[in-house]
Design a protein around this ligand. Structure first.
Ligand SMILES: Nc1ncnc2c1ncn2[C@@H]1O[C@H](COP(=O)(O)OP(=O)(O)OP(=O)(O)O)[C@@H](O)[C@H]1O
Length: 270
């Protein structure tokens, strides 16, 4: 097995007093596409933000390319981020820039490449997502699926070692959704990168990933290949794979009585 490009070892993270991740360990090696699944609020996005260095672990280690994220200086972190590509659900395009200029943006911001090379790279990335012909369009002229593909071309502009996807399938029609799914797999393999996909979409992700981690109560509670996930008898995994509303994962976040939220005491309405 090659060395992990992302590794969590006993990671704990809390927002203030609230523990979100209690003890998370996982690893992703180059070439792998890994899905992170878990209920709403289980800490999936938090996990991506720890990899991106926007958050720092309270305990344990988050390693990217063998380096402990907690020990990196601000300038080392900046360099490190160049090697991370991120596609977030609401990672919108710059509406006042053309498709071409959107994809060129990270190249112009973060490298000193001459404009002729920027041009070649942008067209190559757009070609990779099947949208070279859309280079001159403005974001307002794109469908939702096309816009997501342009955002993907922008995310891979600097040839990242690690791609992070936060709910990449949300809001897409079935055809665009499966196009994005295939692109995640193909681009990962073409770049020789590793990809981490946070998603609720079990069917699409099981079709493209190599491995799945299930997150609950601040821990990895189950993990395995798509085949083992499909056959798993684990109640959490069954709830996800079967899309069942009832199961160990609560539908409601624990809450006090309505009356408290409404500023009424003990439900009295006077
Ligand atoms: N900046 C913040 N300050 C305080 N609490 C936060 C902050 N960001 C997130 N949280 C809380 O941390 C928990 C985990 O959030 P996170 O976004 O990582 O979950 P998630 O698994 O990605 O959820 P979802 O699937 O609903 O997007 C949630 O309960 C959320 O309310």
């Amino acid at each position: 097995m090659p060395n992990p490009v992302v590794r969590f070892d006993g990671v704990r993270f809390a927002y203030g007093e609230t523990d979100i991740l209690r003890d998370v360990s996982l690893s992703v090696v180059p070439g792998q596409v890994v899905a992170i699944m878990g209920g709403s609020g289980s800490g999936k996005t938090t996990l991506l933000r720890l990899i991106g260095g926007q958050l720092r672990a309270n305990a344990g280690r988050v390693e990217v390319d063998g380096e402990d994220m907690a020990t990196l200086s601000e300038s080392a972190l900046y360099e490190r981020r160049k090697k991370l590509g991120m596609l977030f659900q609401f990672g919108a395009l710059f509406t006042d820039l053309s498709v071409f200029d959107n994809v060129a943006f990270p190249l112009r911001e973060r490298t000193d490449l001459p404009e002729s090379m920027v041009r070649d790279l942008v067209l190559m990335k757009l070609q990779a997502v099947g949208l070279r012909g859309a280079a001159k369009l403005m974001p307002a002229e794109l469908s939702g699926g096309m816009a997501r593909r342009v955002a993907l071309a922008r995310a891979i502009a600097l040839d990242p070692r690690v791609m992070l996807y936060d709910e990449p399938f949300t809001g897409l029609d079935p055809i665009s959704l499966s196009t994005i799914g295939s692109l995640i797999r193909e681009l990962n393999d073409a770049l020789g990168a590793a990809s981490i996909v946070v998603t609720h979409d079990v069917a699409e992700s099981l079709a493209i990933v190599d491995y799945v981690y299930f997150l609950a109560e601040g821990r990895v509670i189950a993990e395995g290949t798509p085949d083992s996930v499909r056959e798993s008898a684990h109640p959490f995994v069954r709830q996800f794979v079967g899309g069942e509303k009832d199961g160990p994962l609560p539908f409601h976040k624990p809450a006090g009585p309505y009356a408290t939220d409404l500023g009424l005491e003990d439900g009295r309405h006077d």
